[in-house]
Ligand binder design. Structure first.
Ligand code: DX5
Ligand code: ZN
Length: 214
């Protein structure tokens, strides 16, 4: 699956930018609060408007403090998947249950330096694992190949039936990096600049899809 990130899109033309990637699987929406990460982006009002502007499933990636308080609003706004950061969540198991009760898939994200092993039991309550392959905060950064060991470990846990998760990767995914991520066992690839900086975002995303399937 390919999830273009609108962080690299034109925020004044979000409906058009979503339409430009109509063949995507999910539309990735980066919510940043200038506290959990040093950048500020968009929040709930924009997600509510986007929900009306596109049929694509919204994959909301919350890079915010206190997701226990705020994440549920995104589920209620119609997000398909709501991902919170384990480094910020107070009670990630309760949070996953609340997100699912509100009708969304629950996602848990790990920053590059955060290990997987301590959270395997927590992940039994989640639908998506978002492995960060850059430090969260900005688009256009370089891929950190060292996180692929974490992807391989997650893939093994899924393939052996210990977890049921979509394994998603986010950061620095482009024509040069997507094949190694696919080989490590990623199911869903977030791509911001590689899609939206291209002359034709729709073509760019289909090229990435072909490369991932090789
Ligand atoms: C970064 C965001 C990413 C970002 C990826 O903190 O979570 O989703 O949009 O952008 P690229 O694909 O350009 O690295
Ligand atoms: Zn993201």
């Amino acid at each position: 699956m390919i999830a273009p990130s609108i962080l690299s899109a034109d925020f004044a033309r979000l409906a058009d930018e979503a339409a430009a990637v109509a063949s995507a699987d999910w539309l990735h929406v980066d919510v940043m609060d200038a506290h959990f990460v040093p950048n500020l982006t968009i929040g709930l009002p924009v997600v509510k408007s986007l929900r009306k502007a596109t049929d694509l499933p919204l994959d909301c990636h919350l890079m915010i403090e206190d997701p226990d308080r705020w994440a549920i609003g995104y589920a209620e706004a119609g997000a398909y998947n709501v991902t919170v950061h384990v480094e910020a969540a107070g009670d990630p198991v309760a949070l996953a249950k609340n997100l699912r009760a509100a009708g969304a898939k629950a996602g848990l994200s790990l920053k590059p330096g955060t290990p997987l092993e301590p959270y395997v039991d927590v992940l039994k309550h989640y639908d998506t694992l978002l492995v960060m392959s850059v430090e969260p905060g900005f688009g256009g950064q370089s891929f950190m190949a060292e996180v692929l060991d974490k992807v391989r470990a997650a893939r093994r846990l899924v393939d052996t039936g210990h977890l049921r998760l979509v394994v998603e990767i986010d950061g620095g995914i482009n024509a040069d990096t997507i094949e190694q991520a696919a080989e490590a066992g990623v199911d869903c690839f977030v791509a911001g600049s590689a899609v939206y900086d291209a002359a034709d975002p729709g073509v760019a995303l289909e090229r990435l899809r072909e490369q991932a399937a090789r």
